[in-house]
Ligand binder design. Structure first.
Ligand SMILES: NC(=O)c1ccc[n+]([C@@H]2O[C@H](COP(=O)([O-])OP(=O)(O)OC[C@H]3O[C@@H](n4cnc5c(N)ncnc54)[C@H](O)[C@@H]3O)[C@@H](O)[C@H]2O)c1
Length: 489
C-alpha cells in the first residue's frame, strides 16, 4: 500500500478488522512513515487515533500493521496491492487544468512491474479516469517479468474526510470492478472475501472496471452538483430581497423522498481534494468523447461553486459600506469542512485571499489547521495583514466583522429555545459549555458588529438579539437589501 490520506486510515481499518492479514503501508517519504509508525499521522481525522492505537497495542507476533519506506520489498511480499497514490488535476501539457495527472500511478505501476514475481492482484483505490485498469493491465503485462501475472481491479474509495473511519467501517457500498473473465472474477472474489470480514455481502457490488471507475467520479460529481444547485437557488433568494429563504427551499425539497435532505444546505460552497478534481476529470472524459454539451453541463457545477464564493465576498463588501480596507475582520474556520484539517480548495481560501486583497486586516482561527498550512494554502498573496490566532476570542477581539467559513460544531450558537436571553445576556445551561460564547465575542467587537455566516450554521435571531448584524447565505435581511440599494452595489 502506498501511504497517503486515504491509505493510512484504510490500512488501519483492514488491519483492525482482519487480524490474520498482514498490512504494510509503504511510502518513499520517510518523515510521513515515521509519523505513522509513531502513531501520530500528520492530519486530523476523528476516530483514527483510536483504531491505530488498538492495532499498535497488539503484541509483536500479532501486530499486523507496518509502515515502511522500502516500497520494493513491500511489493515483492504482497499478494494484494492497493494503489492509493494521488491523481491531481494536470497542471501542464495536454488536458492541463482538467485531465487527471497519472504520472504517480504510472511510476508505481512500473515499480510493480520491475520487482514482482508470481501472481498479484492490483487494486485501484486512487480515483482515476475510466480505462485506467485496461492501461495498467497492458503496462504491467508488457513491462513485467514473464514470471509475473497481474489482475487489475477497480475498488474506488467512497470515504469522506471527517467521517472516514465510520465510512470505512460501515461503508454504504463497496464497488469491485473486474475484467469480465474467469481470472478477473476470481480476483474480484478474493477482494470481496477480504471485505466480507466486516461488510455485509449485499453491500458489495460487482461490475466491469469501466463502470466502477466512472461510478466513483459520477458519485462525487452528483454530490457537488447538489450543493451547486442549492447555492444557485440561494443566489435567487438573496436577489429577491427580504422574504425568500434558501433554508426553507432546501427543507421543502429535501422532504421529497426522491430528493432527500443530504448535501442540500446553502453555503459558500464545496472544497476538498476530490470534488473539483473529479468533476474536471469527468469534463475531460466527455470532451475526449466529443460530448461537448455533457462537458459544459458538468463544468457549470464548478463555475457555480466559484461564483458562490465571489458573490459571498461581494456581499461582505456591500454590507460593509463598500470597503473593508484597513478594517479588522475575523475568519472562523479554514479547513474545507468541519472535522478535518484538510484545506485543499477550501472556500475559506477565496474568502481570506479576497479580504486581504481588499486591504482588510484578517485574523483567522481554525481548531485543527496548523498556522503554516494556512499560510501555505493562501499562496501568492501579501500576508502582512494576516494574523493566525490561537482562539476564536483572540481572532474576534476588536473585529468589525466575523466570517464563519467552516461549519465546526464548536462555533454553533446554542438553541434559542434552551438559552435564557435577558437583555442580550446569555446564561448558557451547563451542557452548552461546548458552544462558542457568542455574547463574549460580540462584546469585544466594533459596531455595527457584522456576522457573515458562510455555512448557515448559526441562529440568526439569537445573534441579532445579542446586537449584531447577521447575514446568512440565501436570505436577505432588510438592512442588507437597503444598504445594497443605497450604495449601488
Ligand atoms: N482524500 C480523500 O478523501 C479521498 C477519498 C476518496 C478517494 N480519494 C482518492 O485517493 C487518491 C489518494 O488521495 P489522498 O487524499 O490520499 O492523496 P494524498 O496526496 O494525501 O496522498 C498521496 C500519497 O501518495 C504518495 N505517493 C505518490 N507517488 C508515490 C510513489 N511513486 N511511491 C510512493 N508513494 C507515492 C505520496 O507520497 C502521498 O503520501 C486520489 O486519487 C484521491 O482522488 C481520496
Amino acid at each position: 500500500m502506498y501511504r497517503g490520506w486515504i491509505c493510512g486510515p484504510l490500512g488501519a481499518v483492514i488491519a483492525h478488522q482482519c487480524p490474520k492479514i498482514h498490512v504494510v503501508v509503504a511510502d518513499l517519504n520517510e518523515s510521513r512513515i515515521q509519523a505513522w509508525e509513531n502513531g501520530t499521522p500528520s492530519f486530523y481525522e476523528p476516530g483514527l487515533n483510536e483504531v491505530l492505537s488498538i492495532v499498535r497495542r497488539r503484541p509483536a507476533p500479532e501486530r499486523n500493521l507496518e509502515f515502511v519506506t522500502d516500497v520494493e520489498a513491500a511489493i515483492q511480499q504482497a499478494d494484494l496491492i492497493f494503489l492509493c497514490v494521488d491523481t491531481p488535476t494536470k497542471s501542464f501539457g495536454a488536458g492541463q487544468g482538467c485531465a487527471a495527472d497519472l504520472s504517480n500511478i504510472q511510476r508505481v505501476a512500473r515499480t510493480i512491474a520491475q520487482v514482482s514475481r508470481g501472481e498479484k492482484i492490483i487494486v485501484e483505490k486512487s480515483t482515476i479516469p475510466c480505462g485506467t485498469a485496461d492501461m495498467l493491465q497492458d503496462l504491467l503485462s508488457t513491462c513485467g517479468s514473464p514470471d509475473a501475472q497481474f489482475e487489475i481491479l477497480s475498488n474506488p474509495e467512497f470515504l469522506a474526510e471527517g467521517t472516514a473511519m465510520e465510512n470505512l467501517m460501515l461503508p454504504s457500498r463497496v464497488l469491485i470492478g473486474s475484467a469480465q473473465t474467469e481470472r478477473g472474477r476470481r480476483a474480484a472474489d478474493e477482494l470481496a472475501s477480504l471485505y466480507e470480514t466486516w461488510v455485509p455481502r449485499d453491500a458489495i457490488l460487482r461490475m466491469d472496471t469501466w463502470s466502477s471507475e466512472l461510478a466513483k467520479i459520477a458519485a462525487n460529481a452528483m454530490l457537488a452538483q447538489r450543493i451547486s444547485s442549492i447555492n444557485s437557488l440561494s443566489a435567487i433568494c438573496e436577489a429577491t430581497g427580504a422574504s425568500a429563504n434558501v433554508d426553507s427551499v432546501s427543507a421543502a425539497c429535501g422532504r421529497d423522498p426522491r430528493i432527500g435532505p443530504a448535501m442540500l444546505q446553502g453555503g459558500i460552497g464545496w472544497g476538498g481534494g476530490c470534488f473539483q478534481k473529479d468533476i474536471l476529470d469527468l469534463v475531460y472524459i466527455a470532451r475526449s468523447l466529443h460530448l461537448d454539451d455533457v462537458a459544459a453541463y458538468w463544468e457549470s457545477v464548478v463555475t457555480m461553486n466559484e461564483a458562490q464564493q465571489t458573490r459571498f465576498l461581494q456581499r461582505i463588501l456591500a454590507c460593509m459600506y463598500g470597503s473593508v480596507t484597513g478594517r479588522p475582520i475575523a475568519v472562523l474556520g479554514f479547513a474545507f469542512k468541519e472535522n478535518t484539517s484538510d484545506t485543499k480548495n477550501s472556500p475559506a481560501i477565496a474568502v481570506v485571499r479576497g479580504l486581504l486583497e481588499e486591504g482588510a486586516k484578517v485574523s483567522v482561527y481554525d481548531p485543527k489547521v496548523p498556522s503554516n498550512e494556512i499560510e501555505l494554502a493562501l499562496g501568492a498573496v501579501d500576508l502582512t495583514h494576516l494574523q493566525i490566532c490561537r482562539s476564536p476570542y483572540e481572532a474576534c477581539c476588536l473585529a468589525d466583522a466575523v466570517v464563519l467559513a467552516t461549519g465546526w460544531s464548536q462555533f454553533r450558537t446554542p438553541s434559542i429555545d434552551s438559552a435564557q436571553l435577558d437583555d442580550g445576556i446569555l446564561t448558557p445551561p451547563l451542557e452548552m459549555s461546548n458552544f462558542l460564547d457568542w455574547s463574549r465575542i460580540l462584546n469585544t467587537m466594533q459596531r455595527p458588529k457584522y456576522v457573515f455566516d458562510g455555512r448557515n450554521l448559526l441562529d440568526g435571531a439569537f445573534l441579532t438579539r445579542l446586537g449584531c448584524r447577521y447575514v446568512r447565505v440565501g436570505s436577505a435581511s432588510a438592512w442588507d437589501a437597503g444598504r445594497r440599494r443605497s450604495v449601488g452595489l
